[in-house]
Design a protein around this ligand. Structure first.
Ligand code: GLP
Length: 263
């Protein structure tokens, strides 16, 4: 695992955007061999999306041959709902870059057949040869995508009932009214995430410090599903100092010394 500790969320955002652009460019994607990018929603990746838009505007990266798969979507919210992840992605990224609509994949939370929707999503990812780079955030309870505590670490795309902690955290987007937050979501699984060739998890702010501590220093377990990243050969955690504040000083020193030597 690589751990990148930056001063603040803005530094995390530019590092992540720069890394994604670098990966896309070095892949030299074509129509026949597109770069497959897994994307999250939530407030954490917003800065990275802004930076990616700037990189695109400055002609430093093109999304012409990039295919995306979003991690998750609420059940029961239509794409035009301002809280749907469809809406979030178009507003904050897709409307501002040269990605082709046919290359965008987001789970349909309005489907009548959840099992078929999830199975087809897994199939579609496979059709493209898997996800090259999966970006994610993490919940305060350590969930990634909507793989809530006690999710199987081999889970695939499926419907999940949301944990009370997630409903409470996400109620800030729903007028702070927990009764307005959908209780279920469709989400890629931990197994789906671990199949990606590379995974970056971003975490910023003090409220993510326990999740970061568990992810890096805790044991692999299904309570803090982010700990599954420890089983990935190319996992990267990018966090700011606040999110890293519960790490042991020796852990911070170790990862910083490695990054200093890589540079
Ligand atoms: C939601 C999303 C996750 C996201 C998490 C944290 O539950 N399904 O993908 O990582 O929220 O969100 P935020 O970045 O807003 O803290």
């Amino acid at each position: 695992m690589r751990v990148i500790i930056k001063d603040d969320s803005a530094d995390c955002a530019s590092w992540v955007a720069g890394y994604i652009a670098y990966r896309i460019k070095s892949f030299k994607p074509t129509a026949k061999k597109p770069f497959v990018l897994g994307l999250p929603s939530g407030s954490t990746p917003l800065g990275a999306y802004k930076e990616l838009i700037k990189l695109y505007q400055n002609k430093k990266v093109s999304f012409e041959h990039v295919v995306t798969f979003n991690m998750d979507e609420y059940v029961g919210l239509p794409p035009q709902d301002k809280n749907s992840y469809h809406h979030f992605m178009y507003e904050n990224l897709f409307n501002h870059i040269n990605i082709s609509p046919k290359n965008i994949h987001i789970l349909n939370g309005m489907t009548k057949d959840f099992a078929a929707e999830c199975e087809n999503y897994e199939k579609a990812i496979k059709t493209y040869g898997g996800i090259d780079l999966q970006l994610g955030g993490v919940g305060t309870d350590g969930h990634i995508a909507f793989n809530e505590p006690f999710s199987s670490l081999t889970s695939r795309t499926r419907i999940k009932t949301l944990a009370p902690s997630t409903i409470k955290d996400n109620s800030r987007f729903f007028d702070n009214d927990i009764s307005k937050v959908p209780t279920q979501a469709l989400t890629i699984g931990i197994g789906t995430i671990l199949d990606a060739k590379e995974v970056i998890i971003m975490a910023t702010g003090k409220n993510k410090s326990e999740a970061v501590h568990q992810a890096i220093e805790g044991n692999i377990n299904h309570v803090w599903t982010v700990t599954a990243l420890q089983m990935h050969q190319h996992g990267i955690i990018v966090c700011d100092k606040d999110a890293a504040s519960k790490l042991a000083p020796t852990t911070v020193e170790y990862f910083k010394s490695i990054e200093d030597r890589v540079r």
